[in-house]
Every structure is written in structure tokens, then in C-alpha cells.
Design a protein around this ligand. Structure first.
Ligand code: 5AD
Ligand code: SF4
Length: 424
């Protein structure tokens, strides 16, 4: 099973490879592979993660060829530009033409209550025009549910004494990664934990390096605010991706939600990661207490200014064992509008449709992909651990991982999206 299809390298110039997929050219960064024109490679998150010998690549491509064009056809049928936006028409027109909107205009989109399907269609058609039907599917391995922080929204917060905590050993992590890569075909994995100093920099770098050497996949670290030195070591070990949300761009809300933490430290670290060459995923929570549409506009603008490789934002899902137990949940349209607006003001971004969104409504992943989203994540944490990584209620699915993968691929197929991950 493939989440990325091999492409043929056409040229390599200043660390970037131009890779051909059935006549389409995409760019991917070459970090540590020795890649020559004429060779076949896998690209994930815009990075060449490995080579495929020609004799392996050609049969995969042959199998995919017909399917690839069929998928494009389905996608084209499902992503027609919107129309009839009512009062929002000039705003949408401007966004399509320029990719920028004033704060007031952005807030108006978030506050819209009518013609939402048209708004989503428009965002979806911009996605298709700018990026085609590629959709990345990353796996996530949640390796420790211990956290020394006390974020008010999070089920892993240290004051949640009722939670059964776990730490996976290096061997358990490697077994999980081996299974995800070898049996299920993942080419990019996120290693996530609470902020847990039990894992020293040495241990994390050792694990990253082992995965990198064994599998050559794109590894994202999602381990919170560790030192720059730690992140540098992780990068050197072969973890070229980092997932770190800033959670909210509003200082007042931030300080309330993340006791003892500073927004500036967080944002500075994200900037550092980008400067250090990481493939960066970042974003925020939708629905925090006190957050208005203007705050979300600022969140989107901060995300955009950080020039991330992927937007990652999702709804707050109140957890009963946290101080936000009785906070209201945002509606699915609040999140879909945020996806659509992000697409309107950042045409070429990758926008993750998060698992938290999927807890708001059945078919939410489908709706997110049809509102401008173009990336998905699958939880590959083994049962037995998965239930205890209790960030928010309804997160752990109890279906077998193979089934989740199949359902996800079926969903992508039905929407004409190719589970490839191409382009920087
Ligand atoms: N609902 C939704 N997302 C949450 N996160 C933490 N708690 C919740 C919640 N209750 C998200 C945070 C964090 C990521 C690992 O999980 O945004 O960055
Ligand atoms: Fe820890 Fe992250 Fe949860 Fe905050 S959001 S308590 S840092 S796991």
C-alpha cells in the first residue's frame, strides 16, 4: 500500500529536485539523499525521503497511471468555483485574485452564516487550481502521555491525576514505526509526546537517527518546547520535520491557557525551527474561551507570517477532567470556515484536517477536505496506549489501524485525491 508514489527526477538544482509525476512537475527539497536526474524518488512533505530502484518504481507507476488520471477527473468534478456569495462577493473575489484580505474582510468571512457551501466550494477550487489533487497522509505515534505542563484545555495536563500515563520504550516505538512503515506504507510519521524530560535529548536523537537510518521516512518531532540545541540535534539525526502549534496568537488568552508560559518564547522557537531548515507544521486552537473571530483572524495571519509548510489547527474539544470541562465546543462550521479562510488568504498552503475536527461530526474529514484542506493524519499509536493519550474526548478510535487506513484511502479516492505528498 502506498501513501506516496515514486516520481522521476528531472533535474537537481541548489538542493531542490524537480520531480515528474505523469507529466506534472513538482519540486522537493533534497536534504541528505544523493539524487541524480533519471532516478526515482519518494517525496513527502516536500522533501525527498528516499529513492526507489527503477525496477520497483515502474510497476507502481504503471498500476497508478490510470488511477491517477481518474482521480484528477473526480477531483475536478467536485471542486468547481463557488458563486452567489451574497454580501461576501467582493471579498471572495479579492481573495481569489490577490490572496490577501484586510482584517475586517477576514472577520466577515468567519462571521458569515449564509452561503457557506459556496464559500467552501470556492476554497476547494483554489486548492485544486494551486496544488492539484495531492493529499498527504501522515501517521502519528504518541509515545508518552506524561506532561510537565498544565495547559487548561488539555487532558494530558499534569494536574489530571486520574489519567493512566505511559511511556513507550525505544523498542516499542521502533516496533510501532516498523509496522506503520513496513506493513502500512507510511512515508511520514509524527513522533508526539507531552513535554516529558524523561526522554533526554540523547534518547530522542537516538530514536530519530535509528528511524532515519532504517526507513528514510520524513520524521516530524512534536515534543513541545525543548531547547534549540535539542532540536538541532534532532535535525542532525534525520528528523527534518517539527510540529509545534502556538495555540493562540493572543497574549492574554495564551497566558490564561498555558500557565507559566510565554507566547513570545513559543513563537520564537517556531521561527527558529523554520530558520534551522525544519519542515514546520504550526497553528492554533479554535474555540478557546474568550476567543472571537478577530482572534482567529490574527491566528491565521500569524500562521501565514510564520510561512509554515503545513497549517495545523483544530477545534477545542472540552475535556471533562480539565478546567475547561464546561466550555462550549465550537461548531463544525466554525472550523470549516477557518479552513476555507486560511485557503483564501494562503492559496498554496498545506492545510491539515485534524482528528479533533473528526470528533465534531461524522464525515467531518470529508467536509474539511472539501473546504480547502489537503492533508490528513492517522493515529498509528498501538491499542493499549492509544486510549491513554487522552488530549480530548472521542479521540481514540477503537477500530483496527488497518481499517482506519483503508477507510482513509477510500475517502480520498471518493474525493479524487491522490495520497501523494508532492511539492514544497
Ligand atoms: N481539544 C483539542 N485539541 C487539544 N490539544 C490539547 N488539548 C486539546 C483539546 N482539549 C491540542 C493542542 C496541542 C496538541 C498536541 O493537542 O493544540 O498542541
Ligand atoms: Fe502538555 Fe501539550 Fe497538553 Fe499542554 S497541550 S498539557 S504542553 S501535552
Amino acid at each position: 500500500m502506498c501513501y506516496a508514489i515514486p516520481g522521476k527526477v528531472v533535474s537537481v538544482d541548489s538542493g531542490k529536485a524537480t520531480v515528474e509525476y505523469f507529466g506534472e512537475l513538482k519540486q522537493a527539497l533534497v536534504i541528505d539523499a544523493d539524487v541524480q536526474p533519471g532516478e526515482y524518488v519518494y517525496a513527502q512533505g516536500g522533501v525527498v525521503v528516499g529513492k526507489a530502484p527503477e525496477e520497483d518504481a515502474l510497476p507502481v507507476l504503471e498500476k497508478w497511471k490510470k488511477h491517477f488520471f481518474e482521480l484528477k477527473h473526480i477531483d475536478a468534478g467536485l471542486s468547481r468555483p463557488g458563486s452567489g456569495f451574497g454580501a461576501l462577493s467582493p471579498v471572495i473575489e479579492k481573495a481569489r485574485k490577490t490572496g490577501t484580505l484586510a482584517v475586517n474582510e477576514m472577520a466577515a468571512v468567519l462571521e458569515a452564516e449564509e452561503n457557506l457551501e459556496m464559500l467552501y466550494s470556492e476554497a476547494n477550487s483554489i486548492r485544486k487550481e494551486m496544488l492539484g489533487n495531492a493529499c498527504c497522509v501522515h501517521g502519528i505515534v504518541e509515545f508518552s502521555s506524561y506532561c510537565q505542563n498544565n495547559c487548561l484545555y488539555c487532558g494530558l495536563r499534569r494536574n489530571n491525576r486520574g489519567l493512566r500515563r505511559y511511556r513507550m520504550s525505544e523498542e516499542q516505538i521502533m516496533d510501532t514505526v516498523d509496522y506503520a512503515v513496513e506493513q502500512l506504507g507510511f512515508k511520514a510519521l509524527v513522533l508526539q509526546s507531552g513535554e516529558d524530560d524523561f526522554y533526554t535529548d540523547d534518547m530522542l536523537a537516538g530514536i530519530a537517527s535509528k528511524i532515519h537510518r532504517r526507513h528514510g521516512i520524513l520524521i516530524f518531532m512534536s515534543v513541545g518546547e525543548r531547547s534549540r540545541e535539542c532540536y538541532r540535534r534532532l535535525y542532525d539525526a534525520g528528523a527534518y520535520g517539527a510540529l509545534l502549534r502556538f495555540e493562540t496568537s493572543d497574549e492574554t488568552i495564551y497566558h490564561k491557557m498555558r500557565p507559566g508560559k510565554k507566547l513570545k518564547d513559543r513563537v520564537d522557537l517556531i521561527k527558529y525551527l523554520k530558520d534551522a531548515g525544519f519542515v514546520v507544521a504550526t497553528g492554533f486552537l479554535v474555540g478557546l474561551p474568550g476567543q472571537t473571530s478577530r482572534h482567529i483572524v490574527k491566528d491565521i495571519l500569524l500562521t501565514k507570517s510564520l510561512k509554515p509548510d503545513m497549517y495545523s489547527f483544530g477545534p477545542l474539544v472540552p475535556h471533562p477532567a480539565t478546567p475547561l470541562a464546561s466550555a462550549g465546543k465550537p461548531g463544525i462550521n466554525d472550523v470549516l470556515k477557518t479552513i476555507a479562510l486560511s485557503r483564501l488568504v494562503d492559496h498554496e498552503s498545506k492545510i491539515l484536517v485534524t482528528t479533533a475536527l473528526e470528533t465534531l461530526a461524522p464525515e467531518a474529514a470529508r467536509s474539511g477536505l472539501l473546504a480547502g484542506g489537503n492533508s490528513l493524519m492517522i493515529n498509528t499509536t498501538p491499542p493499549g496506549f492509544r486510549e491513554s493519550y487522552d488530549l480530548y474526548p472521542g479521540k481514540a478510535k477503537d477500530e483496527a489501524l488497518g481499517q482506519t487506513v483503508k477507510n482513509t484511502l477510500d475517502l480520498l479516492c471518493s474525493l479524487g485525491r491522490a495520497p501523494t505528498d508532492l511539492g514544497v
